[in-house]
Write a protein of this length. Sequence first.
Length: 131
Amino acid sequence: MRLKSFIFILPCLFGATFLQIANAQSGESTYKQVCANCHGTGVLNAPKFGDKAKWAPLIAEGQATLTAHAYFGVRGMPPKGGNPNLSIQGFADALVYMVNNSGGNWKSPDAKTIAAINKEVEARKAGTKKH
């Protein structure tokens, strides 16, 4: 009986691991396709990829706040980094990739974090928070 359980669980474990790897790659891929245009060179004072000093105060804002503000559009950055088809999850994973290569240690957002990001985005839309 244990062998059957193991045979059933094994693909699930590999699937979960593959999903985590795919999410990490999608963050890097989105960064390269969308974010690197500005964050690779510092266009309009965008914090450059890997610049720990420039990223530190942004990282200190917290994952939900920074993700929501950037997703909504902040300072010289257009909403969704200029890609209108970018989902919050895809955007968040790209931000995790940038943060983790710039002095932070974030994880791909879970459902609770996505809900907090969505709440912050809605507050920004309503104009109740200015950045």
